[in-house]
Design a protein around this ligand. Sequence first.
Ligand code: ADP
Ligand code: MG
Length: 574
Amino acid sequence: MTSLGSITRVSGAVVEADCRGAVALGEVVRVGAERLLGEVIALRGGVATAQIYEETDGLAAGDPFEAAGEPLLVELGPGLLGQVFDGVQRPLDRLAAAQGDFLRRGAVSPALDRDRLWPFQPLVQVGQWVDRGTAIGTVPETASLQHRVLVPPSISGEVAWITKESAARVDDVVARVGGRELRLFHSWRVRARRPVRAWLPPSLPMITGQRVLDTLFPLPLGGSAGLPGGFGTGKTVLQHQLCKWADADVIVYVACGERGNEITHMLRDLPRLTDPRTGRPLSERTIIVANTSNMPVAARESSIFTAVTIAEYYRDMGYRVAVLADSTSRWAEALREISGRLGQMPAEEGYPPDLPSRLAAFYERAGRAQTLEGREGSVTLISAISPAGGDLTEPVTRHTQAFTRTFWTLDKDLAAARSYPAVGVQASWGDVPEPLEVWWEEHGGHGWGRLRKEALALLGEAAQLEATARLLGADSLPERQRFLLGVAGVLEEAFLQQSAFDAREARDEPPRQFALLRAVLHFRDRGLSAIERGKTEAALLSLPVAAKLRQARAAATVEEIAALEREIDLATGE
Ligand code: ADP
Ligand code: MG
């Protein structure tokens, strides 16, 4: 620590100091008698401005301002899984987090437990050349996740020494490579992307088990999705669903500015739930970064970067990682508050002019990659957006659209009608690159791409017909169109709706998603021909098989759903 000078002004989370020594933008500082943690965010003349990651009550002009000589870092090593951290990676005791409490001010608490012993298994030998980012050994971090102990991306060289198979603490030296000592962990800058060997195209889906998302608006592994919706439309419930059911080896959940009780709920919930793939508690593959609404605002700004850096680290071991942020609107509000304290000229709705580039700095860290050691890993980002009054034209929603190819928009009318998940089909989209379609044709079923387009077209047509029916009455519509409206209703019940709280329904696999969609569209096709032959819409929609279709999602197997198609043929035949 170098003493730099003293504080001249305190304004909320922001302090200014008269700066005698040299200090860099992005450098960590400690301020006041309690040595509160901060980061330099502006330098002008002899004045340094820092955002402070802790409550600044009691801080005053004249208090000391010291520089740490390093940027904001995160610790990356075994022991991250299952933890709850704040926005600058200080470990929050589970209980303290649950009470919405936070650490004593100025607390210096390493992110990783220094006492815990890990069984280290070396993978390389003395004399061997190791490249940057490759593993020198493994540690079983949990019963189902092998932690690869990576050479930091800045180091490569010959192994001069490596420990035998042994128990090691995170800061024990386990090897010497290229003249440097390697430990089980290394530090990395929060605001810098971790390097990869090559970026890979978005050709695999991240299956979430949620039909409306996977089938209609798929998200590629390594892609990013925006999840906008007004208050109470189900963003948090859907994020929790994804946390439980999405195909990811590791989940980093960022509770960003939302209420603390949601985190409490989650902390209670997760250890009791089992990971369907491993049979182990879900908490073992989850890392929570919590900066709820009652916690310091600057640490909210850093929280999403802390989270994404941890995510990149597990990607670098060859894992599929999902970052769920709830919500980036609250994050942007933190930017707005800090920017206001800085006296910056605001842009749209008071947000700082660099809001788009700050959002870009987050979303650009998503991707599927070949890691430095040649494995395949990915970071997929899903961020809830909570626009004030549900207004989707506001700046955060609008700018997020520029960086995401998937948009899952939650609709307040659907939520009010308790039609969950309340994904508004007309206001949502998902880009389907060709390889993704090929994947679905193979793993879902043949004809997936065509069925998906037909389903979207049917729902689009139904939305227009509904508008007409509202104006002129449903009776004004021809038989055929009334039937299509009815089929759209069946599609909604049989396919789009999916209860988050019914265990049988929580996750649906691609073949069953496909079978349900195909059965409903088969009903549409056969029904339309029957109408041409003089059948009525009412007769078709009251067929017993129509009722079975509506309920098919709850229990039926793929075979039983396929059998419904034959039943439809019989019921609609001459
Ligand atoms: P938001 O985060 O958008 O403000 P929440 O996710 O907290 O909204 O959802 C509000 C309420 O809506 C929940 O407490 C729950 O009762 C209901 N809800 C939301 N999504 C679902 C769902 N998929 N299934 C059942 N109920 C839901
Ligand atoms: Mg919420």
